[in-house]
Design a protein around this ligand. Structure first.
Ligand code: SF4
Length: 442
């Protein structure tokens, strides 16, 4: 039985592979350090979902670290609500779930921000008295507390007196990003996106609001020279921040030990898979074929690309073109992974279809639970709150459009397809598509 699991809870995206991609990179690194028995990620916009991640884990002690720079809407509302948590420690069945602060609240982030400012001053030989810094947060008008962490970083920079002016501005709150040109006067502006990932906000929305054409730096805008930085999440020190937060729970996370990149995966369903592989030469999961020696795309037995790590495989399968739904039926072909041991088959499948084996195993055991649309809708606070009011025609149309291109079957709607790969609840892509269609129908 596993002892401790570490779960990184991130935002994910339907349009940018980077948003969840950077969180998976943290997972890969933490697995290679072997700091916990099971290490995984879950997302708001992509599978595996916040709601069902615990079903993939055997560990009885689970630490959830929100990979968000802002404190507020996601760390205080969405994650606890979706995961069914009621405080720092929640007992759910046999599991104790520990929820930490978000990464943006840890003091180690301060040194990342301050190092970026110092490095930029030094790299471009900028005079402190002629330089302003703008800490750019996401913010949301749904929760004013979301400004807290970016504001805190700005105030720490002011205390250090590294530059002449420091402001905090927000993509989706006040003060907005263009206000930095009104509220500072220094000819140089160091603009630091206080975001996790180099996704569409960092590559498009923030540069647009800054008045720069793209993310190249430096550039002239509004009579200033703008030095635009990478988001704080790309810093190599983030995994140490995650570990520091996990260790604040008092649980004994291991010290950094070198391990195979295929170790540290969530383990629910693994034994069932190994037993099935013992009795059958090959198994088929969606568009993937598995034997005890290799895993490959079902279309070719001798594909040309051989992958040796989860990072390589994941990048090939999801990044270009971006596939926000890992189980969508457009899985790229032409790849294989040779297995060093049968256990690795589970890690490969978990990389291709995160969370699927746990569900498949539960369905085989007869204890697979689904969540209907009304229950999903009932716990929403945002745009999906009224999703259950969709009429039957709209629901069926969305199922045809979204689930029709997925190797899972919408078991949450129709439980009469024995042997199909199951699905516990409408995924975020399904919900988003349904809402967009309902708006278009109005
Ligand atoms: S079956 Fe439908 S709801 Fe479930 S993951 Fe696939 S697309 Fe989403």
């Amino acid at each position: 039985m596993s002892e401790i699991a570490l779960v990184l809870a991130g935002h994910g995206s339907h349009i940018s592979p980077q948003t969840a991609g950077i969180v998976w990179r943290y997972v890969d690194r933490l697995r290679s350090w072997s700091v916990a028995d099971e290490i995984t990620a879950c997302f708001w916009k992509e599978p595996p979902s916040f709601r069902h991640i615990f079903d993939t884990l055997l560990a009885r002690r689970v630490v959830v670290v929100p990979v968000f720079t802002a404190r507020g809407y996601f760390t205080k509302e969405v994650i606890p609500n979706e995961m069914g948590l009621n405080g720092a420690v929640t007992v759910k069945g046999e599991k104790s779930i520990f929820l930490t602060r978000g990464i943006g609240e840890h003091s180690k982030i301060e040194s990342i921000v301050q190092a970026f400012v110092r490095d930029t001053l030094s790299a471009y030989n900028l005079a402190a008295e002629h330089t302003a810094v703008a800490i750019i947060g996401h913010g949301t008008r749904r929760n004013p507390e979301s400004r807290y962490t970016a504001r805190h970083q700005a105030s720490r920079l002011r205390e250090l007196d590294l530059v002449s002016e420091v402001v905090d501005v927000y993509l989706d709150d006040d003060p907005d990003i263009p206000s930095l040109y009104r509220n500072t006067s220094a000819p140089n502006v160091i603009a630091l996106p206080y975001f996790v990932a180099p996704g569409s906000h960092v590559s498009l929305d923030v540069p647009n609001a800054l008045g720069i054409s793209d993310a190249d730096t430096p550039q002239r805008a509004n009579g200033r020279i703008v030095y635009y930085g990478d988001p704080v999440g790309v810093d190599d020190g983030i995994c140490q921040v995650i570990l520091a937060l996990a260790r604040e729970t008092g649980l004994p996370f291991a010290e950094n030990r070198a391990a195979s990149p295929w170790s540290g995966f969530p383990k629910a369903g693994r034994e069932t898979l190994l037993r099935a592989l013992n009795s059958d030469d090959t198994l088929r999961f969606g568009q993937v074929t598995v034997s005890s020696e290799r895993v490959w795309h079902k279309a070719e037995y001798q594909p040309t690309r051989a992958f040796e790590s989860p990072a390589q495989l994941r990048s090939y399968l999801r990044d270009d073109p971006f596939r926000p739904l890992p189980t969508s039926t457009d899985l790229p072909a032409g790849w294989r992974v040779a297995l060093e041991n049968p256990e690795q088959a589970h890690a490969v499948l978990e990389t291709v279809y995160p969370g699927l084996i746990a569900d498949w195993s539960a369905a085989r055991a007869g204890d697979f639970l689904t969540e209907n649309l009304r229950d999903v809708s009932g716990r929403q606070r945002g745009m999906f709150r009224d999703i259950h009011r969709l009429d039957e025609r709209a629901i069926e149309r969305t199922i045809e459009q979204v689930c029709g291109k997925c190797v899972r079957q919408p078991t949450w709607r129709d439980n009469n397809r024995p042997g199909a790969l199951p699905c516990r609840a409408a995924c975020n892509l399904w919900l988003s598509t349904a809402v967009k269609q309902a708006e278009a129908d109005l």
